[in-house]
Write a protein that binds this ligand. Structure first.
Ligand code: NOJ
Length: 754
């Protein structure tokens, strides 16, 4: 009875909305929407409200028999009683429909569920891992990739993704660097926006869009020692200038949800951090969506020593502004009692529920709860077929040429006597990375297949296997350090090859969540194999696959050509072959520094100068006695098959203190190419010490051989200002260095006074 009344009221409002004139429609709709959800809220019991704030992991195969006992039975009853607002890790139209039917038809108010999933870099078809994609510095391609992911996942019933991860990170030991945009907040903000736009499109209610999630709020990328889930301890200047900007950028493009994080930030678990969630996110930034906690992060406040028990955790999380509880059972078990005894004001619950309902409404779920359950669309979506070209394009753009002595690359397609070495060259699984919930195992085009597709003739020696047990998402990867079979065969064959393509790196399951490493070299027998092959034949092209920066010192010193290829997803082999054989001229640039040693970490280009930058012939300057301060390959670095010359840097100002910059970039080589022209600034003297360089602009331009492109930038106070220790954005007049070039080191520089 209540259900039909509620729905009638909502229908009445919706009909009124449609009868409005065009001009007033938007404003009216906002008012009406508010009214509709508030009306619904007023009909809800406390239990139902808390239900909306609860998210369960998919607990039973909904297409099979209904559970009869155990915890699945309990969850099933919760679902039927309107005590669940969302499910994660459920996908496929049949499954989603069955569960949605329960929510809509069997609960008292019939409020639809929202279905969340980690759609991180594709769904069935996989694009490169996010860090790899960022190396393309191609925001349009990055947006298209997220769009494709949304198309695929939404066709399978999903309407919410837990992406993009916008955690800035400076430590390659942290396995989750693969999921982010690297070390720079300016680049990370633009990439975050592009991804949100790609997932959400311009109308969330369309059946091919997903609500996006900016995660993990905040500080997760600053896990001490690069160890996942570890504490983060950062000062306010780093928080405001480095960690928060990419989140704010996502809010600016209306990201639907924000996920908080597992870590403590300066001693406070993010899930219980009122300052972050209420004051900054919902207060200062005016975020209108809802906050989802990370998996079990409310409950983990007990382990952090911040909450006495799960009830205390529920109180702290709800008061701090965590709107929906992912898999902690804290709200469903304890929030009602906490509210009744006055530990959590009901207004916080109402606020959380309204936020959640509004996102469901924006997704069109009240209008049609089965909007994302179109079986025909699910079956007819071409997945790999149509999307292969798209992910191949972004994959080849993500490859970074690190070294190319004597122009060994590109190889000729009729090159005789090519030998491919390395277990990863035949691997169809590892290049998919570790975040690939919707895709099938072994669906990547391997490097060997990529070469075959180009009709290149080659022979192959795998060498020792990389892993000794099948790798999975939940277990530690077991590297083969025992069985050397194949080693000698590879070295023997190498003696007579004309060119050797060695494919080495990490396994795809060695990076990602819970996958921190203290050694960043090639695991297993790979380094040994590289050195043994090199001892008999130096004509090596090294293809590196990794989910993070690796330490490539030996290779850099000895191997003539090196490509960083990350984990490139479904079209891996084709994209790598495109670059190896010159069908695509590499244009990728590193989104993170590649260290020389783990001892340098955390390592990042936008560092402070220190009071003793050196160098000096005495020891009293900021340095290591046994290693350079500098990375092996810096942020923004990447070569091409052609050469670019930068000249005529001009730096002037207009009447309103904007800095106008222009530079000529000439292609002086023989290949057409795309160059990422990068602009950095330094605020020379300020009330807070500023980094020696900060990226504040870039443009990817395509230049024909012999041609010149003039690239122009306008640098405004938005780029020249900074957040001070109180989190206030300030612009301070004075001298600014303006630097432009192909990476964060080789820069033309001029100083201007404002
Ligand atoms: C934990 C991860 O930290 C988060 O990023 C992810 O979205 C959730 N698990 C859900 O799978």
């Amino acid at each position: 009875m209540i259900k039909s009344n509620t729905i009638l009221s909502i229908l009445f409002i919706v009909v009124t909305l449609f009868s409005c004139s065009k001009q007033t429609q938007k404003v009216t709709s906002e008012i009406v929407e508010l009214g509709a959800m508030e009306l619904l809220l007023s009909k809800m019991t406390l239990e139902e409200k808390i239900g909306q704030m609860t998210q369960y992991n998919g607990f039973w195969d909904a297409t099979g028999p209904v559970p009869e006992e155990g915890s699945s039975m309990e969850k099933y009853n919760d679902l039927k009683n309107g005590r669940v607002g969302s499910l994660l890790n459920v996908s496929g139209v049949d499954e989603v429909r069955k569960l949605q039917e329960i929510a809509v038809n069997e609960t008292r108010l019939g409020i639809p569920l929202i279905f969340g999933l980690d759609v991180i870099h594709g769904h069935k078809t996989l694009a490169p891992i996010p860090l790899g994609e960022v190396a393309s510095w191609d925001l349009e391609a990055i947006e298209k990739s997220a769009r494709m992911a949304a198309e695929e996942a939404s066709a399978r019933g999903i309407n919410w993704t837990f992406a993009p991860m916008v955690d800035i990170t400076r430590d390659a030991r942290w396995g989750r660097v693969m999921e982010g945009a690297g070390e720079d907040p300016f680049l990370g903000s633009l990439v975050g926006k592009a991804r949100v736009r790609g997932f959400q499109g311009n109308d969330l209610s369309k059946n091919n869009t997903l609500a996006a999630t900016a995660k993990h709020f905040a500080g997760y990328g600053f896990a001490e020692s690069g160890r996942d889930y570890n504490a983060a301890d950062v000062g306010s200047v780093t928080l405001f200038n480095t960690i928060l900007p990419p989140f704010k950028a996502c809010i600016d493009v209306d990201v639907a949800t924000v996920m908080n994080s597992f870590n403590t930030l300066n001693g406070i678990p993010a899930t219980g951090d009122t300052y972050l969630q209420r004051d900054i996110l919902k207060g200062e930034w005016g975020f209108k969506g809802f906050v989802i906690s990370d998996w079990g992060s409310a409950g983990e406040m007990v382990a952090h020593g911040f909450a006495k028990d799960l009830k205390d955790a529920a109180i702290i999380a709800a008061n701090a502004g965590s709107d929906m509880d992912m898999e902690s059972y804290a709200y469903i078990r304890h929030l009602a009692e906490a509210i009744e005894e006055g530990s959590v004001p009901i207004k916080y619950v109402d606020d959380a529920v309204i936020r959640i309902l509004k996102i469901k409404e924006a997704l069109g779920l009240f209008e049609d709860p089965f909007r994302y359950c179109d079986k025909e669309r699910e079956n007819s979506l071409p997945y790999h077929k149509d999307h292969a070209a798209l992910v191949r394009d972004i994959a080849k753009k993500s490859i970074v040429l690190l070294k190319n002595e004597d122009a060994l690359l590109p190889l000729k397609k009729d090159q005789k006597n090519i030998l491919v070495i390395g277990d990863l060259a035949q691997d169809k699984n590892s290049p998919l990375g570790s975040w690939r919930i919707g895709s099938d195992d072994n669906t990547a085009i391997s490097v060997n297949e990529g070469l075959e597709n180009k009709s290149v003739s080659f022979s192959y020696e795998p060498g020792p296997t990389l892993i000794s047990e099948p790798a999975t998402f939940i277990k530690e990867v077991v590297i083969n350090n025992e069985d050397k079979s194949g080693f000698d065969e590879a070295v023997n064959k190498a003696k007579s090859a004309d060119v050797i393509i060695m494919v080495l790196g990490e396994h795809g399951f060695q990076s990602g969540e819970g996958r921190s490493r203290t050694e960043l070299g090639f695991p297993g027998f790979q380094q040994q194999l590289l050195e043994a092959v090199h001892a008999v034949n130096q004509n090596i092209v090294l293809v590196v696959m990794s989910g993070r920066p690796l330490i490539l010192n030996w290779a850099d010193e000895h191997v003539p050509a090196i490509l960083e290829t990350w984990q490139l997803g479904t079209e891996t082999g084709n994209a790598i072959a495109d670059v190896l054989f010159g069908d695509y001229n590499p244009s990728g640039k590193l989104p993170m520094c590649f260290p020389r040693s783990v001892g340098q970490l955390p390592l990042y280009y936008n560092k402070l100068n220190t009071g003793r930058p050196g160098p000096s012939d005495m020891v009293f300057w900021s340095h290591y006695g046994d290693e350079s301060n500098e990375p092996l390959y810096p942020f923004g670095y990447g070569l091409s098959y052609t050469k670019y010359e930068y000249s005529n840097l001009s730096v002037t100002k207009d009447g309103t203190n904007n800095i106008l910059v222009s530079i000529d970039v000439k292609n002086v080589g023989n290949f057409e190419g795309e160059e990422v022209v990068q602009l950095y600034i330094r605020d020379v003297v300020a009330s807070v010490a500023r980094p020696i360089k900060e990226l504040k602009g870039f443009e990817k331009v395509s230049i024909n051989p012999g041609s010149v492109q003039t690239v122009k930038f306008k640098v405004t106070k938005n780029e020249l200002g900074f957040f001070n220790t109180n989190g206030k954005f300030v612009f301070e007049a004075g001298n600014f260095e303006i630097m432009v070039g192909p990476n964060s080191v080789e820069l033309e520089k001029k100083t201007i006074e404002l």
